[in-house]
Design a protein around this ligand. Structure first.
Ligand code: PDD
Length: 286
């Protein structure tokens, strides 16, 4: 089955979908994105992703391509056309095609580019790796200073992912001034007893939509939540660790820079948070 994608108002077979070589997304990484999961054919935390998309756009003085109602219709139509049960929908908005290359932003009436496509991942919530956990390495965080904006400038996170893969790890935790910021494409947490510790929100990290939900459910389940910085050494000494993202949900981390955490197996707090998150989000999916 050929995948149907969405480009600027049209649903097209993927091989017919095109964007101009002058698009600011292509030339300048002048674009923002969202990734929304689909479970049982329904969208997970769609409203959260819309709120963050609006914020990313307004921080970059970029026009919204359409209303959130229209975005919802497009997401649902792509799920239907591609018969997605479990997977993801990738959405990207760029500052559009000014018809040439220029560092200055184009005229305000330049229409933004809107692209969406689906990624089918049957059994996404039952990924076997969630039972084993991830191994992570630490690498310096040399990204730009506005990581709270979800831009498509993803070269360094890709490089960090490759550094991890080259040494047989699953991901990298980024470290700045001795403190963990986040994973390449996820937020990072450690667990000590019944305490869940994660870096506070700022321009240093992406404000994860999964993070917000997980911290809410954690507090409701009587876990103590501490939003503060932590080091790799503190993480290696923790009982458990995990990451969150819209695509990995709550994923255990069992090893950091070659040091096994606790028993070296996914911990019970992490398992509980994954279960809680998936149960609650499936109930609220639209
Ligand atoms: N990444 N931090 C970074 C740097 C991220 O790229 C992401 C998401 C997160 C978690 O955010 P959320 O819970 O809203 O997915 C944190 C997506 C999944 C991606 O790039 O594919």
């Amino acid at each position: 089955m050929t995948r149907t994608v969405y480009v600027n108002g049209q649903y097209l077979p993927e091989h017919e979908a095109t964007v101009s070589i002058f698009d600011r997304g292509f030339l300048m990484s002048d674009g923002v994105y969202e990734v929304t999961s689909v479970l049982d054919g329904k969208l997970i935390d769609f409203d959260g992703h819309c709120v963050r998309l609006s914020r990313s756009l307004s921080e970059l003085e970029m026009a919204a391509p359409c209303s959130n109602e229209t975005l919802l219709e497009i997401h649902r139509e792509l799920v239907r056309l591609n018969d997605i049960t479990d997977g993801m929908i990738y959405l990207q908005v760029t500052r559009g095609n000014p018809g040439d290359r220029d560092f200055a932003y184009p005229a305000e009436d330049t229409p933004p580019t809107l692209v969406l496509f689906t990624q089918s991942k049957p059994g996404l919530a039952d990924a076997p790796v969630a039972k084993v956990g991830w191994k992570v390495i630490s690498v310096p965080d040399v990204r730009w200073g506005r990581r709270d904006i979800k831009t498509t400038q993803l070269l360094y996170p890709s490089m960090a992912k490759m550094m991890a893969k080259k040494v047989g790890a699953d991901d990298a935790w980024l470290v700045e001034d001795g403190m963990v910021t986040e994973g390449t494409s996820n937020n990072a947490y450690i667990v000590k007893g019944k305490r869940i510790i994660t870096r506070a929100l700022s321009t240093d990290i992406l404000h994860g939509i999964t993070r917000a939900a997980v911290l809410r459910f954690a507090a409701e389940a009587q876990f103590e939540v501490e939003e503060r910085n932590f080091t790799i050494a503190e993480a290696q000494d923790a009982d458990e660790a995990f990451i969150t993202s819209a695509t990995a949900f709550v994923m255990p981390v069992v090893e950091i820079d070659g040091t096994a955490l606790g028993t070296g197996k996914p911990g019970s707090v992490t398992a509980r948070m994954r279960e809680l998150y998936l149960d609650e989000m499936r109930k609220a999916a639209i």
